[in-house]
Design a protein around this ligand. Structure first.
Ligand code: ADP
Ligand code: ZN
Ligand code: ZN
Length: 676
């Protein structure tokens, strides 16, 4: 190639570091990297893998090192994806190079990839049903959106079982008909074979599935299939948002209010919010769907930022499930201690079984008992690394005590940990799913029950587990499913008619301004598993607060009424969707240092915040996090509340990359979802 004067001799390279900038490198003779190509560079005394973000004719630095090697002839990351990942870094206050790996395929050496199945010979499994009038209206609006140059974003609000997934499928078809591709995001726990089959069955050979259980080779294969355009649809959890889909026309975010869309490690992005940004950059349609929209999204729909599409009723004949409350206060003391299942719930379970129908019991607590404590002095056994009790598991001879935060595990002691007490009388308090299963088998002898939680399902075996579960449910060889929120989403079993909620109060007690919103969502989602076909569904909710407005609203399943009743409080307190927040967590293995670093930073923030007038930012704290110790780290938290994202960033942006707390580490979480 002839070298002309305009040949760029330098490039900017982003490296995976928590810093704001990029680095200049010289391009040696014979290399021709383009923005979006991976390169190896010398960095300090190490070699580092980076991504070229820009070419430059010159560098402002006198001494610039050269690239060591170029890994890709053609860019792996498109121009838009460079722009999108850059936006994530700026908005969530992390390094660009910490975001870029999400958009890259894994490095796989020397393995030959099996070819992508091209769909030949595969035929769609099921003919799509005839759409209802409400579905037709929604699909029509989305189709129109796909055909305009500056497409809108939609919020599809439809009760559970109203046929939202069917609308997604039609929207996908329309996007593919236009020659484009699409991304479908579902919550990780909803990524069941049932979900996959629905999408793959409709678009055989065109769907690339992305989830955490894939091997590097499988991931690379999906990545290549999407990048080349052979696969048209990326289906996966949160991180599938970064899939290299060609001619992206549509992003679907199912169950958009699901907290798992927020990543709890760097980069701490929210996939629903980021989906709207990517779609805008690519001129694609965003379709957010939920039976229980987030207040943020519903607010955006009310203010016109999202176009609201409504599916008011269920497709099936049964109508909405009917709620009944079981007042635990009326049951007396014995029941409180030992029995998680009230007589009313047991009766209902028996009735369903006799009718040949299936039931689901929901308890969001795995293990046998959440607390082991001394019957004499009351001292409970805590994790040595975290500020929570160890959970008793019946998983081996004599059981084990396990920490659900850090994984610490030990044999149960035989004596009280308090030396002065030394009592031998240790007892187990509370009920987890294992204990619930024992109780169920005791009160319903011969019941065919299956427990579904992280312990019974396991990590990578989950697809297999769900396939087996689906087969058993359809064959009618199960009476009761019991388990954690793994059961709350996505399951569509026509013969399931009863849902029992063991303890509705647990999630109401969370120290989080969204506690009620979450409880509402969880109840409505889990209730939505029953009565999906022609038999009516019944929901029994055990609670000590049966007149709580949130539970009452969930019973009516009237989201708008719940939203109207609660949104005013958000506004008064300046919580999202009014205003923006960031959580700054300072952590250290030395408690005093964590505390000191947090109060130093709070003082600094306060000083900066006072400079702007009128004042648009509030600094709250520092305060110990509700989980003050996690994995041996002591954690203190500052909350920053701002009138808008601009003021929030104006305060934090100059600070977070420069500030180095003494003896502690700083984590910044913009738009936090988890307040523990
Ligand atoms: P959602 O996603 O809102 O929970 P689904 O799309 O899963 O609802 O629909 C619930 C059930 O109704 C599914 O079994 C689905 O196959 C079926 N279904 C959806 N739309 C129709 C329709 N128009 N006619 C008949 N059945 C439908
Ligand atoms: Zn004791
Ligand atoms: Zn722990």
């Amino acid at each position: 190639m002839e070298v002309t004067l305009s040949t760029p001799r330098f490039c900017k390279v982003s490296l995976p570091l928590p810093i704001k900038g990029v680095f200049d490198y010289a391009i040696p003779e014979g290399m021709d990297p383009k923005p979006g190509c991976r390169v190896m560079v010398p960095f300090g005394r190490r070699a580092a893998l980076g991504v070229v973000t820009e070419l430059a004719p010159s560098s402002e630095f006198a001494k610039v090192k050269s690239l060591t090697s170029q890994l890709d002839a053609e860019p792996l990351i498109s121009k838009t994806m460079l722009e999108f990942t850059h936006w994530i870094a700026e908005y969530y206050l992390c390094g660009w190079g910490e975001v870029l790996p999400l958009a890259l395929p894994p490095l796989v050496k020397g393995k030959r990839l099996k070819p992508w199945k091209d769909g030949e010979g595969l035929t769609p499994t099921k003919a799509p049903p005839k759409l209802t009038e409400a579905q037709k209206k929604a699909v029509k609006a989305i189709k129109e959106g796909l055909e305009t140059a500056k497409p809108a974003a939609f919020l599809l609000h439809g009760v559970t079982g109203s046929g939202k997934t069917e609308v997604y499928l039609h929207a996908l078809e329309a996007a593919l008909d236009l020659g484009g591709g699409a991304i479908v995001l579902v919550p990780e726990i909803a990524l069941t074979p049932q979900t996959l089959e629905r999408f793959e069955g409709r678009f055989p050979g065109m769907v690339a599935v992305l989830h955490s259980g894939l091997t590097a080779t499988e991931r690379l294969r999906s990545f290549e299939a999407l990048r080349s355009g052979r696969a048209k649809v990326a289906l996966g959890a949160r991180s599938a948002l970064f899939a290299p889909v060609k001619d992206l026309k549509l992003i679907v975010v199912d169950e958009e209010s699901e907290p798992s869309y927020k990543q709890e490690s760097v980069p701490r992005y929210h996939a629903r919010d980021a989906a709207l940004v990517r779609a805008k950059m690519e001129n694609a349609v965003t379709l957010l769907g939920s039976a229980t929209p987030s207040f943020e999204s519903f607010y955006n729909a009310r203010s016109g930022k999202l176009t609201l599409l409504h599916l008011p009723g269920r497709v099936g004949q049964a109508g909405m499930p009917q709620f009944e409350f079981v007042d635990l206060n009326a049951l007396g003391a014995k029941n409180v201690q030992d029995d998680a299942l009230s007589p009313a719930l047991v009766k209902a379970l028996n009735e369903a079984k006799q009718a040949g129908e299936q039931s689901l019991i929901f308890l969001n607590r795995r293990g046998f008992a959440p607390v082991m404590c001394c019957a004499k002095c009351g001292q409970s056994i805590q994790c040595p690394n975290c500020s929570i009790s160890l959970t008793f598991h019946k998983d081996m001879e004599g059981g084990s005590l396990r920490c659900h935060l850090c994984g610490h595990s030990r044999r149960p002691p035989t004596l009280c940990a308090d030396e002065k007490c030394g009592s031998k009388n240790l007892k187990l308090l509370g009920t987890g799913t294992q204990r619930l299963e024992e109780e169920l088998r005791r009160v319903m002898p011969g019941v065919r029950a299956l427990r579904v939680d992280r312990d019974s399902v396991g990590g990578s075996a989950s697809a297999e587990f769900h396939r087996e579960l689906g087969a058993q449910v359809h064959a009618g060889s199960l009476d009761v499913l019991l388990g954690t929120q793994m059961l709350a989403k996505g399951l569509d079993f026509p013969n399931l008619t009863l849902v029992g909620v063991v303890n509705a109060d647990a999630s109401l007690a969370f120290p989080d301004f969204r506690a009620e919103e979450r409880t509402y969502q969880l109840l409505v989602q889990v209730a939505g598993r029953c009565g999906r076909a022609d038999k009516p569904g019944r929901v029994l909710v055990q609670t000590r607060q049966d007149d709580h407005p949130c539970l009452r609203a969930a019973a009516k399943q009237d989201f708008e009424a719940f939203y109207e009743a609660r949104i005013g409080e958000r506004k008064d307190l300046g919580y999202p969707p009014f205003g923006r927040m960031a959580a700054l967590i300072l952590r250290s293995e030395d408690k005093a240092k964590a505390m000191q670093a947090a109060s130093d930073l709070a003082v600094l923030l306060e000083k900066e915040a006072q400079k702007s007038s009128p004042r648009r930012v509030q600094i709250l704290g520092p305060a110990p996090s509700p989980l003050i110790q996690v994995k041996t780290w002591w954690r203190y938290r500052i909350l920053v509340k701002a009138a808008d994202s601009k003021s929030l960033h104006a305060l934090l942006d100059p600070l977070v990359f420069e500030h180095s707390p003494k003896g502690a580490l700083l984590a910044v979480d913009v738009d936090p979802v988890n307040f523990l």
